[in-house]
Design a protein around this ligand. Sequence first.
Ligand SMILES: [Fe+2]
Length: 143
Amino acid sequence: MNTAGLEDIRRWHRRNAEVVRSLAEASAGDSAEDGGAALAAFFDGPALELEGHLDLEEREVFPLVAQLLRHDTGILDSLRAEHETIRLLLGLLRSSREAPGGPSRNDALSALNDLALLLASHFHKEDDLVNPLLARLLLERPS
Ligand SMILES: [Fe+2]
């Protein structure tokens, strides 16, 4: 991970927050008969990307955060807990599409709205609080 990598993450966050926000809007307008076209498109691409992104942060970014904040892992604990909630919401949305008798359309829409809100605040924490500290650490670190 380097500072260019952190900038890529910021760009990716911006794009993904936008994707999920417009998905929540589009899904609210989907008719019940079309089976949630917006949600189907989401799971064909952006949802997989989002899951890969969570894995990448846990593998490459969080260990650096832990190194930087040796005595204060509160923010890291909270970011990890939010990643788990994001995965839970994605699982719920996936089962609402795939399992007959799974969560209702209203439950899926509410999970989608929860996901959009959570991603907005989660990305804000990472981009504006944590990653600037990491960028400084990376610049100061002897190569
Ligand atoms: Fe994250």
